[in-house]
Design a protein around this ligand. Structure first.
Ligand SMILES: Cc1ncc(COP(=O)(O)O)c(C=O)c1O
Length: 402
């Protein structure tokens, strides 16, 4: 037997085209823990300014220790999906802690927030329901709605990003639907903007709709104690359903969850396809995530340090003549303009020892290519000062200083 040569040739041609179009992504290998500074293979130490490790919990000793202890106690894998024999006591402990953290009755863990989102819409929507989503929502929400549409025959729509008038118009148009569901990110990952949660809640109640918030970039980040977008606005307990990741501020390992009424989590156990057909979160990861939730509960000052670092970085960039997008989150995009300039800047920054990703069209709108900087509580002021000086120098070299 020989391999299918045509298949391989097609893929090689596709890769070559991505390279020719300068949209080919290169993987850079780290050879040390994910931290404010890490060792990159072939480059040595680099300052990481592109990580979701917002609170530095990837290297927090209590988080690492909990994972090691769980490895000894529960072993390496779950060996099964949850409902067959893959559920461990650590899952229950983690799910209670996550529900308390976000102010819900119950929660259900998944191996990723992608899976949590993907499994949700098709579980709760039925034929005749209407599901509407912010235009800048995460890809996992978009795919979740596409799946739900084809599985359940619900109808779907997209409202303009942050445009609540457009949302209301779409909901009015769906008056005849059996049920209405609204999906929004809590924090939009390409901009760092925070969803207008109080208004969204009001609209949801006015139109008898269910509000679902993906708080992946807000859990551990927003609110005085890191409980997310609802804490930021003082509306904890008012959001119908919250999904989030364990792979960002909560230790950066992996995993996700859906939180809401106990009956919702029951239904997810019964019907959500990634629950039914994919192995459970490894116990080591569950234990590390639980330790991360406990760490946040005991260390609100870490959340406050993150906020202070983000504010300092934004204002230092502005003083240096750069154009960070306004905001309150640790996602600090610097608008560069042309995709080629953003990519070139990210390459030059890596040469100078700073790892920060450039995003261009079609991930972001044409002419709004950007460097997306992400600040961590564990960056020192020296780290951030070095970053600002280096970004300014590289911007001048590429000719994008304004
Ligand atoms: C808003 C949002 N939702 C979901 C995800 C997926 O998270 P996970 O890595 O846990 O699948 C991400 C990750 O980029 C995200 O930004």
């Amino acid at each position: 037997m020989t391999l299918n040569a045509g298949f391989r040739a097609d893929l090689e041609a596709q890769v070559a085209k991505l390279k020719a179009d300068r949209v080919y992504k290169t993987l850079n290998h780290l050879d040390s823990p994910q931290a404010a500074r890490a060792t990159m293979e072939g480059r040595g130490e680099v300052l990481i300014l592109s990580s979701n490790n917002y609170l530095g919990l990837c290297t927090e000793p209590s988080v690492i220790r909990a994972g090691k202890e769980a490895l000894d106690r529960y072993g390496a894998g779950t060996g099964s999906v949850r409902f067959i024999c893959g559920t461990f006591t650590i899952h229950r402990e983690l799910e209670s802690a996550l529900a308390r953290l976000v102010g819900a009755d119950a929660s259900m863990s998944y191996v990723s927030a992608w899976n949590a989102n993907e499994g949700l819409t098709a579980t709760v929507a039925e034929e005749g329901d209407f599901v509407v989503s912010d235009a800048l929502n995460h890809a996992s929400i978009i795919d979740s709605m596409r799946l739900a549409k084809s599985i359940t025959k619900c109808t779907t729509a997209v409202y303009k990003h942050g445009d609540l008038d457009d949302l209301v118009e779409k909901l009015r148009g769906a008056k005849g639907a059996k049920r209405r569901l609204i999906w929004t990110d809590g924090v939009f990952s390409m901009e760092g903007a925070i969803a207008k949660l109080p208004q969204l809640l009001q609209i949801a109640r006015d139109h008898d709709a269910v509000l679902i918030v993906d708080d992946s970039h807000a859990t551990g980040v927003l609110g005085a104690t890191g409980r997310g977008t609802a804490e930021h606005y003082g509306v904890i307990g008012d959001v119908d359903v919250i999904t989030s990741t364990l792979g960002k501020a909560l230790g950066g390992a992996a995993g996700g969850f859906t939180a809401g009424p106990a009956a919702l989590c029951d239904m997810l156990t019964q019907r959500s396809r990634p629950q039914l057909f994919s192995n459970a979160l490894p116990p080591t990861v569950a234990a590390s995530a639980l330790a991360a939730v406990r760490f946040i509960g005991n260390h609100p000052e870490r959340v406050q340090a993150l906020r202070a670092n983000a504010a300092w970085f934004r204002s230092a960039l502005k003083e240096a003549g750069l154009k960070p997008m306004e905001g309150e989150t640790p996602i600090v995009p610097i608008i560069i303009g042309e995709t080629a300039d953003a990519i070139r800047m990210s390459e030059l920054l890596l040469d100078a020892g700073i790892f920060v990703t450039g995003f261009g069209f079609a991930v972001v709108p044409q002419g709004a290519a950007r460097l997306r900087c992400q600040v961590s509580a564990t960056h020192t002021r020296d780290d951030l000062d070095f970053a600002v000086r280096t970004i300014r120098a590289v911007a001048a070299r590429v000719g994008v200083t304004r």
